[in-house]
Design a binder for this molecule. Structure first.
Ligand SMILES: Cc1ncc(COP(=O)(O)O)c(C=O)c1O
Length: 292
């Protein structure tokens, strides 16, 4: 993975990422008591800003932590961060923790001063070889908690699943609960069969993906879309499988648990979706910046 860009934002200041420091007593470190967002930036412009910061606001509400900033303030903080790192194409990572207190108590501190951190990184590259061959995945049984809709930094289960995928030499772990597909360890999952696109409904068992929603609205004009439970058998028998995430758009998965999906090559529906995303990014470049 490429190194992050040099300047970060920490509690009101822009500092060199290498010099940024937080307390070991920070609750993000001690308890994973924090939430985060990741959003892509194209030509210096944040993509789906409102959707990401609505989701951050929701995550904060769900963990009962006051949002330290309005959308407008977030936009200003991040626009400056992006500019200080040279603009262009990158992604921004934002994390808000419940701060630190002198001690270690599970229950919230009486006075909360959140830790607010943001950094920028180059976007991961989807290589020409990957574009031609597609990605590979394994399926893993779900052993996460029951509030996967909160974008929490407590990601140990996802970390272990992704490592299982890495150990197997594949790109993603697709999470299955009771015979049904939930999502990837860091992606949303779609299946296409006979020209119909299906993806599991939002629930406490999956993260409501911003890229998933964007893909669904692009797809509704060109193909039937079903938001419904997807079984592991349907996953294996699909013509195409896609995964999506903010830093990667929608990507084709052509091998699962060692067996080919459909023809074993990225399919025609994925090519259309990839083109639609490219157009959406271009549109973004020619529209005014986000205004709350
Ligand atoms: C568990 C999980 N599901 C889905 C997604 C995709 O969400 P988004 O498209 O908003 O990046 C992510 C992204 O990080 C994720 O971690």
């Amino acid at each position: 993975m490429p190194e992050p860009l040099p300047q970060c934002y920490l509690n009101g200041e822009y500092v060199a990422l290498r010099d940024a420091r937080i307390s070991p007593l920070d609750r993000g470190f001690l308890f994973g008591d924090s939430v985060y967002e990741v959003l892509p930036v194209f030509g210096g412009r944040m993509f789906l800003f409102r959707e990401h910061f609505d989701r951050l606001a929701r995550s904060l509400r769900e963990i009962r932590l006051e949002n330290p900033h309005t959308h407008e303030q977030w936009r200003d903080i991040l626009e400056q961060l992006i500019a200080r790192n040279g603009g262009g194409n990158c992604y921004v990572y934002v994390q808000v923790s419940r701060g630190m207190e002198y001690g270690r108590n599970h229950a919230f501190p009486a006075v909360v001063k959140p830790t607010v951190f943001a950094m920028a990184s180059p976007l991961p590259v989807f290589t020409d070889a990957q574009r031609a061959a597609g990605l590979s995945a394994i399926t893993v049984e779900d052993f996460r908690w029951s509030r996967c809709d909160i974008k929490s930094t407590a990601l140990l289960a996802n970390v272990l699943m992704k490592q299982q995928a890495a150990d197997a030499g594949v790109n993603e772990a697709i999470i299955v609960r009771d015979g049904h597909v939930m999502e990837g360890s860091s992606t949303s999952v779609f299946v296409i069969k006979n020209g119909v696109l299906a993806t599991p409904p939002n629930s406490h068992s999956i993260l409501p993906g911003t890229t998933r929603d964007a893909a669904l609205s692009l797809a509704t004009n060109v193909m039937p879309v079903e938001i419904r439970s997807v079984s592991i058998d349907e996953l294996r028998a699909a013509d195409e499988v896609w995964i999506s995430a903010a830093t990667r758009d929608v990507l084709p998965v052509t091998r699962i648990d060692g067996a080919p999906i459909g023809t074993g090559r990225p399919g025609p529906a994925w090519h259309r979706m990839a083109d639609a995303f490219a157009q959406l990014r271009q549109q973004l470049a020619s529209t005014p910046a986000y205004t709350p």
